[in-house]
Structures are given as structure tokens and as C-alpha cells.
Ligand binder design. Structure first.
Ligand code: PLP
Length: 408
């Protein structure tokens, strides 16, 4: 059978290799401690489940949900943004529900790229950003994220010919996998850069709520040079791209309920931002899907508009896990910085593994049952690192570190 060429770049996947290594370890009788997936183990809130359960018995929710979801959902999303970031959003033209944010970020390149056009992506970055570009026949320019630059890309390093053929840039902070956060001043720099170079600025924003630092902790070096940009007070310690582009001139942001509200399996998120971009994404999606089930949208409304104590509880749980895991790593002599956000630990590999993260993870799961994600799976600049997802309670995380110590 002959398949389209666009499938080729999707065939090599480090994470599929890791799944095989996990399966082999399991069948050899190893007890697996799986820290490889960023899928929250915490439950969705009771009031959210109740809203979905009620909807199931309401026959009017059973049909196709055409057009762009329900106004009630789009309004809840717009209100949430206004409350959190002080940005006013038109629920008619500037919000689009998604079947998870991955669906949206992977479909958007189909609306923006002609074959051969470049997308500027973070390296390391979330794999589906690249997947969407490949499906659209685009090319990727990976913007390296280095520890010495606080894992922020350096726009002036992008070669001029690449820039001339680029149509979009994708950012995502708090960042998976490095756990870096970006100050508003960096987003303002990105907006100006994208305006100057006629680029669409995409911001994938799943970890907006999983933040342990306060805004005054943003003291990243770059801010010093851009102090002309004021940081407005908002309810969120991390900025939205729309705060840097309040006219929504070039920007579109993607939010998911998977992380803040532990709703990964429910597949619900939304895009928010420039009305033309929202409309273009809607046109692509209209050819592909009929939207998420209305009952799930009702659950998402309950999450966004209802009590937010569950979000704080989740953050506190992840903070405890982070501290337990980091302390355990430090006690075995592995010096890893304490992340200010996300559910991940991004750890620089010690010698002799520092240039072979895939081999490190393969051997680790084989010999100890601890599964982690090799940095190389997130891009070339991820090599030399490993990502641990904090998806278990502290005692199991500490057991994992003991096993890692024996392995090392
Ligand atoms: C950067 C990033 N974007 C998107 C997603 C997926 O979000 P969703 O569940 O809404 O598709 C993840 C999940 O880990 C992520 O880390």
C-alpha cells in the first residue's frame, strides 16, 4: 500500500519507542512507575461531572453541535479570560471551542501554511506542534531553547531567508517540557517581532494555572532590558499572549481544560484571539468535525464559571510532589533546578548519559521500571535532558528516585 509522503515525518516517534520499552519491562515482571506521561492522575471536580451527567439525560444534547459550539460556552470562556487577564473578548467572533487544544494547534497550520512555508517552533517543544506543520506540508524551523537563555528563543538568531518564508511562530509558556515561564516583556517582544515579519503568533497555554511562583519571581534576565514594558496586575501570575497583544492583531491562544480542571480525557479546550484566525480555524474544523458533545461543553462551563478551589488544590498537590521529587533528587546528588510551573521536572542528564537520553530512558525502565520521557523526543535541543511527569504521590515519587539512584 502506498501512503502519502506527509505521513513519513510522523512515523518516527521516540515516545512510541518508549511505550515498547515500557511494555517489555512490564512483561518481564517489572512494577512500572510511569512518570512519562503528562496526564493528570487527579479527578475532575464533582460539580463538573454532575453537569455532564445531567446533560446526558437531556435529549436536546444528543444531536450534532454545529457551527461554533454554544454561546454559553463561548461566553464562559470570554468571562474567564476577562476575569483572569483583564482582556475583553467577543464571544461571537473571538472564541472557538476545540476537541482538546491539541486538536486546535494541530489543525491551525492547515489554515496558515502553503506547502514549503516555515513555522517557527520551540525546540524542545510539544510534539503535536510539529505534527500539525507536517500535515499541512510546511517546514519547521526549530528555535533552540537553551538553559543560558532561560529556555526562551532568541528571535534575532532566525536566518533571514527562513524568516522571509515563515508564516507562523508557536510559543508555549509555562513550557512543556522545560517548565520555563516567560515574562510579559518577552511576549511583548514576540508580538512586535511577529507584527514586523507578518507572522501569526500562536500561544499554546495549557499550564496557565499550574504555577507555583508569584509574579514577582519572574525576574528573568530578559526583563531588565525591556523594562519599558509595564506588567499589569492580573489574577494570573503568568501572562496571556493577549495581554501583550490586546488588539489581537496577530495572536491566537489555546487553552485546555485538561490540566487546570483535570479533564484530559473529556477532550475540551478552546482557541481565543484574532477574529480572522478564529474564523479560519473554524473553516478547517468544519471540514473535519462537528464539535465536542454539548454535555462536555456544559461540564466545561461548570468548570470555568464554578468554584475554583479545585484548581488551587491541584496546584498545592503538584507543589508537594515537586518538592518531594526535587528533594529526593538532590539527596542522591542530582542537582536539578526547582521548576516554578507545570507538572514536570526537566533534568540535565549526568555523564555518561548526557548525550543519549533515549538510551537512558530505555535502560532505566528496563532495569528499574521507572518510565520517563527522553529529552530528544521533544526536539534536538532536548537531547541531554530527561522529563519526569509528577503524576504520582510523593511516596511513589521517592521510591522512583531510590530506583534511579541504584540505576545511576
Ligand atoms: C503544550 C501542550 N499542549 C497541548 C497539550 C494537550 O492538551 P489537550 O489535552 O487539550 O489536547 C499538552 C498536554 O500535555 C501540552 O503539554
Amino acid at each position: 500500500m502506498q501512503f502519502a509522503k506527509r505521513l513519513q515525518p510522523l512515523q518516527f516517534n521516540v515516545f512510541a519507542e518508549m511505550d515498547r520499552a515500557k511494555a517489555v519491562a512490564r512483561s518481564a515482571g517489572r512494577e512500572i512507575i510511569d512518570l512519562s506521561l503528562g496526564s493528570s492522575d487527579l479527578p475532575a471536580q464533582a460539580h463538573v461531572i454532575e453537569a455532564i451527567a445531567q446533560s446526558l439525560y437531556d435529549q436536546s444534547t444528543h444531536g450534532y453541535l454545529l457551527f461554533h459550539g454554544t454561546l454559553a460556552f463561548r461566553q464562559a470562556a470570554a468571562n474567564w479570560y476577562e476575569q483572569k487577564f483583564g482582556i475583553s473578548v467577543d464571544p461571537e467572533s473571538e472564541v472557538l471551542p476545540l476537541i482538546g487544544s491539541q486538536e486546535g494547534t494541530a489543525h491551525l497550520p492547515l489554515a496558515l501554511l502553503d506547502p514549503g512555508d516555515f513555522a517557527l517552533l520551540l525546540d524542545p517543544g510539544y510534539p503535536s506542534h510539529a505534527g500539525g506543520v507536517y500535515l499541512a506540508g510546511g517546514q519547521i524551523y526549530p528555535m533552540p531553547l537553551l538553559a543560558e537563555n532561560d529556555f526562551l528563543p532568541v528571535f534575532t538568531d532566525i536566518p533571514t531567508p527562513v524568516l522571509a518564508q515563515s508564516r507562523m511562530m508557536v510559543l508555549s509558556y509555562p513550557h512543556n517540557p522545560t517548565a520555563a515561564i516567560a515574562p510579559l516583556s518577552f511576549f511583548q517582544e514576540a508580538v512586535v517581532f511577529c507584527q514586523q515579519h507578518n507572522l501569526v503568533l500562536v500561544h499554546d497555554f495549557p499550564y496557565v494555572d499550574l504555577v507555583f511562583a508569584e509574579s514577582q519571581d519572574w525576574g528573568l534576565g530578559i526583563e531588565k532590558n525591556l523594562s519599558q514594558y509595564p506588567i499589569p496586575s492580573t489574577q494570573s501570575p503568568v501572562p496571556s499572549i493577549l495581554q501583550a497583544d490586546p488588539d489581537k492583531s496577530v495572536s491566537i491562544e489555546f487553552f485546555t481544560l485538561s490540566k487546570s480542571y483535570n479533564m484530559g480525557g473529556f477532550r475540551i479546550g478552546y482557541a481565543i484571539g484574532n477574529a480572522q484566525l478564529i474564523n479560519a480555524l473554524r473553516q478547517v474544523k468544519a471540514a473535519v468535525d462537528f464539535n465536542q458533545y454539548r454535555g462536555i461543553l456544559n461540564g466545561a462551563i461548570a468548570a470555568l464559571a464554578g468554584p475554583q478551589a479545585g484548581v488551587t488544590d491541584s496546584v498545592n498537590i503538584f507543589r508537594k510532589r515537586r518538592d518531594a521529587f526535587i528533594n529526593a533528587l538532590h539527596s542522591i546528588g542530582w542537582q536539578v533546578p526547582t521548576p516554578k510551573a507545570t507538572m514536570y521536572i526537566w533534568a540535565k542528564l549526568p555523564s555518561p548519559w548526557n548525550q543519549n537520553s533515549v538510551e537512558f530512558c530505555t535502560q532505566l525502565v528496563k532495569q528499574t521500571g521507572v518510565a520517563a520521557s527522553p529529552g530528544a523526543g521533544f526536539g534536538k535541543s532536548g537531547e541531554g535532558y530527561v522529563r519526569f511527569a509528577l503524576v504520582h504521590e510523593p511516596p511513589l515519587l521517592e521510591t522512583a528516585v531510590q530506583r534511579i539512584a541504584e540505576f545511576l
